[in-house]
Each structure stands twice: as C-alpha cells, then as structure tokens.
Write a protein that binds this ligand. Structure first.
Ligand SMILES: [Zn+2]
Ligand SMILES: [Zn+2]
Length: 144
C-alpha cells in the first residue's frame, strides 16, 4: 500500500543519481508503515523480520541515507525517526509531541522558522542545524 510512495522515492533517487539499495528501500517502506515515530532499535527488529543478518550499522546507515535525502526526520528529544510528509525536499519544521499518546503534529511554519533564525543572527549566531520540539498534551488527550 506504500508502493506509490516508494516509487516516488525511487524516482527522486534516480533523478539525483544516488543509490537507493534494496536495504534502504526496505527501511523506507518500514518507516512509511509507521503511524508515528519509531526508534532505530524497533526499526532494526522489524528489519530483522525480513533480513536476519541486519545489524545496528545496517539500520543506522539506512537511516542516515533517508535523513540526508529528506525522506524522514529525526526527533532528537525522543531519539526516534518520523516519516516526512513533504518528501524529498527540505522544509522548516516545528514538532508538537504528545507525551500521553505520542501523537506528533508537524508544523512547517516559515514565519516561526525565519523569526528564530533572525533572532539568532541578531545574537551573532549562525544556525547550522535547527530542531524545534515542544512536549505537551494533544487535543484528544486533553478533552477526552
Ligand atoms: Zn518533512
Ligand atoms: Zn495525545
């Protein structure tokens, strides 16, 4: 059911002339099947269901590849990974993480992003890697 997504990713990789190996594709599909974020450890367990030889470096190499090509996001505060809905292109990102049900809402507000960068600049600081993550309670958990 996630084949169309995979096919889009294959097209992007072909276009950029980068190698999208079978293992990377498998990890991509496993990520696409997740409803929310997943840790590298849990992903490795899933991968081992297909390939008993898969080791931690296998999964980390595949995740690095998917990160570099903007197919997934890393959530620093959860030490986990999330499929990117915007797929193959870089974009601003602010994450709202529910600590109760672990739902994650991804905002992509350029105004917040620019304001943050601008204030950093005013402080004489050049941002090279930016992660905005907020923890709290989602609407469902709050009112149900
Ligand atoms: Zn994204
Ligand atoms: Zn929640």
């Amino acid at each position: 059911m996630h084949r169309p997504l995979l096919e889009r990713a294959i097209d992007i990789c072909k276009h950029k002339k980068i190698r999208f190996t079978a293992t990377r594709q498998r990890v991509f599909l496993l990520m696409a099947e997740q409803k929310g974020a997943i840790s590298a450890y849990d992903l490795l367990k899933l991968l081992q269901g297909h390939d008993t030889n898969a080791k931690p470096p296998t999964i980390y190499r595949a995740l690095d590849f998917l990160l570099e090509n903007h197919f997934i996001h890393r959530i620093e505060s959860l030490n986990a990974y999330l499929m990117c809905n915007h797929f193959g292109s870089e974009h601003p990102m602010q994450l709202l993480i529910c600590d109760n049900c672990h739902k994650i809402i991804g905002l992509t507000d350029p105004v917040i992003d620019d304001a943050f960068s601008e204030r950093a600049k005013q402080s004489g600081f050049k941002i090279t890697n930016k992660v905005l993550e907020a923890h709290g309670v989602c609407y469902n958990c709050l009112y149900n």
